[in-house]
Every structure is written in structure tokens, then in C-alpha cells.
Design a protein around this ligand. Structure first.
Ligand code: CP3
Length: 345
């Protein structure tokens, strides 16, 4: 089957396959017992990401179990800083910890080594394309530079990234150098994923929403625009999904300025705005992951509402952010069945 005939690719091109194709952000993860079992074999999370056999296995798990229309490469946004030589580690119960940004750390980076370091991830993409069902879209991804950089300023996950914002204001030159390096590495990484068989790629900008207007332009729009441009220079017409979380008021600017092919919506985006966006680019989203945790009628109503409000335009059904570990598998099944039983438009 050709890439363009896969359902998610059709929706990303602006067609309206019905029922809409569906996948979930973070679909390979701790809510699955079979993921936890494989994950237990490699305590170091980054090492786990570089174990091609295991990464292929956990990527395929949700496809085999639920038959999602898209598969997302199992990896993490922090493989890029890691590959560049930026100190990253994952702590049990605390998540990712990056050394605080400092000139000596940036001076010590080895961008020329990044590609080789990421070879195992590219090998995973190749294996996935060979092993996935032919009709399943394969998505690659990277973190947006701002979101990656947030963790390297705060060191760990924080509520509203006060440290990253302060750091970027205090030393925009150093911060900008780091962002530039991340942009170049991201262009190369996404290009290689597409060349290895990914049908499309997604740029996760989880922390885009904490920026003021100037910051958004400088640290979200411009880096994303450069990545889109850089990737398309090497892969013309590359399909790129942008996901600037908590940025509803700026989505139209984001689309216009970055040249993104489609946009991921979090659950706070009003449907009226989402429908307007569908006249510009296809959308992906936007079920509140907590409806998936709750299940029952809250879940059914959430699904129905999305189908009803966004079903007339190009739509890839998804969550508004990643599935959380406490979600029950039955609720995932309930959601998929509901989407697939969508009544004809
Ligand atoms: O979606 C998928 O199934 C593909 C794999 C994927 C992971 N992380 C695996 C992962 C993707 C697309 C990501 C993206 C990612 N990683 C983002 C952007 C999207 C988002 O969720 O906001 C960010 C900010 C990260 C950074 C990251 N990685 C954090 C903050 C954490 C810890 C928080 C947590 O949920 O534990 C991780 C770890 C991580 N990445 C896990 C998985 C399955 C869990 C770690 C484990 O298995 O021990």
C-alpha cells in the first residue's frame, strides 16, 4: 500500500475518511501491562529507547491490541539532547532531569556525533515500517526546541516553566544558541525518520502555552518554522503535525507562520475555533485524557461531541495530550469502539 492511501495520511491531506482514523499520544506506555513487562528489562529509560528490538516491540503493542490507525515511534524527546552530549537522566518517580543550562555545557556539545548516536532510533523506524500492518500509518516525532530547552533550564518538570522563562529573558544569547543547536539536530533527525519510512512526523511543543507574545514568536514560532522549512528542503511535501499545547489563542498564527501541515489540539480548544481551523489545515485531537480515565458516560459524551463538532472537516481522532498511566485498557477499548461506530455523516 502506498503511504498516501493510509487513512491517517488521507485525513492529513484534507480528506475526510469516516469514521475518522484514530491513534493516541503516548499509546505505548505504562497503562499497558505488556509495556511495563518489557520496560522492566532495562532500568535506564534512555537506554531502553535505544534498544531497537524492545522499542519495536513496545511500539507494536498498542497496534496489535487495539488496531490503531497510526503507530508512533517509541522514543522520547530527550534522545536529541542526549545525542548532542547534553547531560540527561531519568529519575524514578521524578521523570526527566537535565543539567541546568550553562555556557560550558553548550560549549562541550558534540553535534557531529548526534546522528550516529541516533542510529538505533532510525533502525527502529525501518524495522517498524517492515513489521507494521501495511495500512497503519507510521509517525515519527521530536520535541520542539522550546519544550526540550524548558527541561534543561528547570532541570525537571515544573508547573509553568518559570525557570525557563526567566533564563531565556536573562541570557537570550546562550538560550538562543541552545535553541539553534536543537533546531539543526531536529531537522536532521526528522528528515532521517521520514527517509527511513515514517509517513509523517509530529513536533511536540508541550510548553508553548507558557510564553508571552514575543517569547512565543521567538521560541516557538520561529524554531518550528525553521524545522518545517529545513525538513521540507530535504523531503519536499513532508507531512508535519504541530502540537503547540495550551496555545488556542495563537493557533491561527502558528499555522500561518510555521507552514505546518496539520495541527494537534488540546482539550481546551473551543470547537468553534477548531472548525475554523479545519478550513485551513486538518486537525488532530482533542479528547481530555481525564475523560478516558473516568470512562462511562463522561467518555462517551466526550467522544460523541468531537465526532459531532469536528466530523464535517478533516479530523484525526486523538487525545488532547498523552494517555496517563492510571487509564484502564477497557476505557481505551470503549473509546475506539465508539469512534468506529460513528453514525454516518
Ligand atoms: O506516544 C508514544 O507512545 C511514543 C513515545 C513517547 C514518549 N514520550 C515515551 C515515554 C513520546 C511521543 C513522548 C513525548 C514526550 N516526552 C513529550 C512531549 C509530549 C508530552 O507528553 O508532553 C515530553 C514532554 C516528554 C518528556 C518526558 N518523557 C517526560 C516528562 C517523561 C516523564 C513523565 C512520565 O510520564 O513519566 C518521560 C518519560 C516517558 N516517555 C515515558 C514514556 C512511555 C514513561 C517512562 C517510563 O516508561 O518509565
Amino acid at each position: 500500500m502506498r503511504s498516501q492511501d493510509r487513512l491517517v495520511m488521507k485525513a492529513l491531506r484534507g480528506e475526510r475518511p469516516w469514521p475518522p482514523p484514530i491513534w493516541m499520544m503516548r499509546q505505548a506506555g505504562r497503562y499497558l501491562a505488556e509495556y511495563r513487562e518489557v520496560r522492566a528489562k532495562v532500568p535506564n529509560f534512555l537506554e531502553f529507547c535505544y534498544e531497537t528490538n524492545l522499542a519495536v516491540e513496545v511500539t507494536l503493542q498498542p497496534i496489535r491490541k487495539f488496531g490503531f490507525d497510526a503507530s508512533i515511534l517509541f522514543s522520547d524527546i530527550f534522545v536529541i539532547p542526549d545525542a548532542l552530549g547534553y547531560p540527561v537522566r531519568f529519575e524514578e518517580g521524578r521523570g526527566p532531569v537535565l543539567e541546568p543550562l550553562d555556557k560550558s555545557l553548550i560549549d562541550a556539545l558534540r553535534p557531529e556525533r548526534a546522528a550516529g548516536h541516533l542510529d538505533p532510533v532510525i533502525a527502529t523506524v525501518k524495522r517498524l515500517r517492515a513489521e507494521l500492518p501495511v495500512e497503519t500509518t507510521l509517525l515519527g516525532f521530536c520535541g520542539a526546541p522550546w519544550t526540550v530547552a524548558c527541561y534543561s533550564v528547570a532541570g525537571h518538570t515544573t508547573q509553568d516553566q518559570t525557570a525557563a522563562r526567566t533564563g531565556a529573558y536573562r541570557d537570550p544569547k546562550l538560550f538562543g544558541r541552545w535553541i539553534d543547536i536543537l533546531i539543526e539536530a531536529s531537522i536532521d533527525y526528522l528528515t532521517r525518520q521520514l527517509e527511513a519510512g515514517a509517513d509523517a512526523v509530529q513536533i511536540f511543543d508541550t510548553w508553548a502555552g507558557v510564553l508571552d507574545e514575543a517569547g512565543f514568536k521567538q521560541w516557538c514560532l520561529e524554531p518550528t518554522r525553521r524545522i518545517v522549512e529545513g525538513v521540507r528542503k530535504r523531503v519536499p511535501n513532508a507531512m508535519i503535525i504541530g502540537f503547540p499545547k495550551a496555545s488556542a489563542a495563537r493557533l491561527k498564527t502558528y499555522i500561518a507562520e510555521t507552514g505546518i501541515s496539520a495541527v494537534g489540539l488540546d482539550w481546551t480548544v473551543p470547537f468553534e475555533l477548531a472548525r475554523e481551523i479545519q478550513t485551513i489545515v486538518p486537525v488532530q485531537g482533542n479528547l481530555d485524557p481525564m475523560r478516558l480515565v473516568a470512562g462511562g458516560t463522561a467518555l462517551d459524551e466526550g467522544v460523541d461531541r468531537i465526532l459531532e463538532e469536528l466530523g464535517d472537516g478533516p479530523l484525526v481522532f486523538n487525545l488532547g495530550h498523552g494517555i496517563v498511566p492510571q487509564t484502564s485498557v477497557e476505557h481505551v477499548e470503549q473509546m475506539i469502539a465508539r469512534v468506529r461506530a460513528a453514525k454516518p455523516r
